[in-house]
Design a protein around this ligand. Structure first.
Ligand code: NAD
Length: 426
């Protein structure tokens, strides 16, 4: 791309105003950009436009301040982004029947392409398999705009590392990996994020950046599976896995702490590693055995939690059928209301199939996301005493752990956050 095609304005379009796109849009407004927040979901855009943040990491006050600058415009109309200098795509990348579903990226690229002008830059942030930026997004933008990637517009990939609910590592102080399809694209992409986050880390092409994200998530997925499988065996052998993990964590090198749990959830771990294994299978005809094994182990954890609960009730001469079971936490992890792919869902479903009366408390999760057949309740001493068994699934900070331990007849604690005579650990 020649000098004349360098971005000349600070007009930014962020496509997708979800967990990833909204924090980026708000941060960019705070850093002086003119931002169009584009989303197809009208209800979401209306809500955002009214200053009601649907994402916990962005407070209502912060969103309202961004709107008050007059430089943040949430919209459903792709035409509002015409003439953008930079566009970032942060739309979902789900799996459909085990295969990557890139239709959201395709739609976003086509609609951006229609408004792409020479000198602009497009950056993909959605998690995806290596090759997507160059093999899919570039050609779609070229076809829709009639422009040539590299010559007329810049293109890059920068994975998102947002960790919802993490107060220490926030969007702006987490290093951001950046890449471009050529040297100039990299310069533009890095120049943009240098204004947004404290530190950027350049890699040589989008494929390395795409793989970086999948490596990070596959690493977590595999290590969580390792401790999950170990937890199952340690329990059967009568060994305290939690004490062993604490002891191993005192090793100052060569060990990283991961803890067991009821399974994995969210938009990342149950999905991203499968993007990588799909790519390996499709391109090389090989099986990515670590991913397959980790999927298998982690997928079995909700069933294992139910089996342990049934065992615990049995020891108390109780059948699960007809019992009132209180689930604490429906989100996929602590301090978030994100319940996508949450293990609470298969656990609730199985308990209902077994005839249990399932109630659940989670102050973060919206009522619409409560699993079918489950009644949402407030965590209280009365609810704890009414339950025949309590299952601690998510260690949200605002759960009163002392109250739970003191008032429950029997608790299965999958997070090792409770202490008391009626508490059993995973
Ligand atoms: N949530 C996380 O913690 C996280 C972390 C890192 C990476 N990611 C990745 O980032 C991407 C986005 O995830 P998310 O959690 O923000 O998803 P999300 O569902 O919260 O938000 C995506 C938004 O995009 C909108 N959308 C879909 N197609 C669109 C289109 N063509 N034009 C405009 N808007 C469109 C949807 O309506 C939705 O509001 C995914 O690839 C995900 O894997 C997510």
């Amino acid at each position: 791309m020649s000098e004349r095609t360098q971005p000349v304005s600070n007009r930014l379009v962020v496509v997708g105003q979800g967990y990833v796109g909204l924090p980026l849009a708000v941060r960019a407004v705070e850093q002086g950009f003119d931002v169009i927040g584009l989303d197809l979901d009208e209800e979401r855009i209306t809500r955002i436009g009214a200053g009601d943040s649907p994402v916990e990491d962005i407070t209502h006050a912060r969103l309202q301040a961004a709107l008050a600058t007059g430089r943040y415009r949430p919209t459903t109309d792709a035409g509002d982004g015409a003439g953008f200098a930079i566009a970032v795509i942060s739309v979902p990348t789900p799996l459909r029947e085990g295969a990557p579903d890139l239709s959201f990226i395709e739609t976003a690229a086509r609609s951006l392409g229609a408004h792409l002008t020479a000198g602009a830059c497009v950056i993909l942030e959605s998690t995806t398999y290596p090759g997507t930026t160059q093999e899919l997004v570039g050609p779609l933008l070229e076809a829709a705009s009639g422009l040539t990637v590299g010559t007329d517009f810049a293109l890059g990939y920068s994975p998102e590392r947002i960790d919802p609910g993490n107060p220490t590592w926030r969007f702006e102080n987490t290093p951001k990996v950046v890449s471009g399809v050529d040297d100039n694209s990299l310069r533009v992409v890095q120049g943009f994020y240098d204004q947004i986050v404290e530190r950027t880390v350049a890699v040589s092409s989008p494929k390395e950046a795409e793989l970086t994200k999948l490596l990070e998530n596959t690493f977590r997925h595999v290590n969580i599976a390792l401790v999950n499988e170990l937890a199952v065996f340690a329990h059967a052998l009568g060994i305290d896995i939690w004490e062993a993990i604490d002891a191993a964590s005192t090793k100052p090198f060569g060990y990283l702490r991961f803890t067991p749990g009821p399974g994995v959830g969210g938009h990342c771990l149950p999905i991203d590693p499968s993007y990588l294994s799909w790519r390996v299978r499709q391109s090389l005809g090989e099986t990515f055995r670590f991913v397959e094994l980790a999927n298998d182990v982690n997928d079995h954890m909700p069933g294992y939690v139910v089996a342990r609960l049934v065992e615990g009730l049995n020891e108390r001469s109780l059948a699960v059928k007809g019992r009132r079971i209180l689930l604490l936490g429906l989100a996929y992890k602590r301090n978030t209301g994100d319940a996508r792919e949450s293990p609470s869902r298969p656990i609730a479903r199985r308990l209902i199939e077994l005839g249990a009366d399932v109630v659940a408390a989670d102050p973060h999760v919206a009522d619409a996301l409560v699993p079918p057949g489950v009644t949402k309740v407030e965590l209280s001493e009365d609810e704890l005493r009414r339950a025949d068994a309590v299952v601690m699934l998510v260690d949200h900070d605002d759960f009163d752990t002392d109250l739970v331990a003191a008032s429950s007849a029997y608790v299965l604690d999958t997070r090792h956050c409770l202490d008391g005579p009626t508490v059993e650990y995973l």
